[in-house]
Design a binder for this molecule. Structure first.
Ligand code: HEC
Length: 174
């Protein structure tokens, strides 16, 4: 819900400033400050109109958000795996599936990686190496942060990436 509110606030700011969302920073605190600052300048009537727009947008995002929380992907196609991908699967099952779920479809502890947000264009392979080495600060979902995963070599992450990309491709995430 907090995330949905944040999204609502981001859109709210976009409406206020007339700037595109891309131009906004991702920093929620910054956004909040800007909402406050612009709210002071606005006349009351304008605030009323923009507020109803923002509430509408927040409601839409809320219902969308409920079906897109990074929670387990119901059913996915499992492709034929080659040797490297099979080794990647073993490593994934041993080190990642406790949070990212069986076949990377997510669990209560972490998001499904078979999700368009993790397609190569959005999260390049480098994101996997950084995630394993340094962890990930919670920013997309409500699962909390990912801690660095100890004892997984760079060469092993490369195999995990091959496995996850094979799963993604088989499910039209490319
Ligand atoms: C203890 C739970 C946990 C384990 C174990 C775990 N992850 Fe994560 N991972 C998370 C959570 C939670 C997120 C989402 C953080 C967010 O964006 O809100 C995440 C995010 C990611 C991301 C996205 C990074 C980004 O830049 O947004 C990648 C890639 C990833 N994990 C790969 C892995 C791999 C590979 C392994 C195994 C070597 C692994 N994770 C093990 C919990 C875990």
């Amino acid at each position: 819900m907090q995330q949905v509110l944040n999204k609502g606030q981001q859109l709210f700011t976009t409406v206020n400033t007339g700037r595109s969302r891309d131009q906004e920073t991702n920093c929620h605190l910054d956004t909040l400050q800007r909402v406050r600052r612009s709210a002071v300048i606005m006349k009351k009537s304008t605030i009323a109109i923009y507020s109803s727009v923002a509430i509408g947008v927040a409601a839409v995002l809320f219902f969308q958000g409920r079906s897109d929380t990074g929670k387990p992907t119901a059913e996915i196609s499992i492709p034929q795996l080659n040797g490297a991908q099979t080794r990647g699967k073993e490593l994934f099952d041993a080190n990642c599936s406790v949070c990212h779920g069986k076949n990377a479809t997510g669990s209560d502890n972490g998001p499904s990686l078979i999700h368009k947000i993790y397609q190569p264009r959005m999260h390049a392979d480098g994101a996997f190496f950084i995630a394993v080495k340094s962890g990930v600060r919670a920013h997309h979902w409500q699962f909390g942060s990912m801690m660095p995963v100890e004892g997984v070599e760079k060469s092993e992450v490369a195999l995990i990436v091959q496995y996850v990309r094979a799963l993604q491709r088989a499910n039209n995430i490319k």
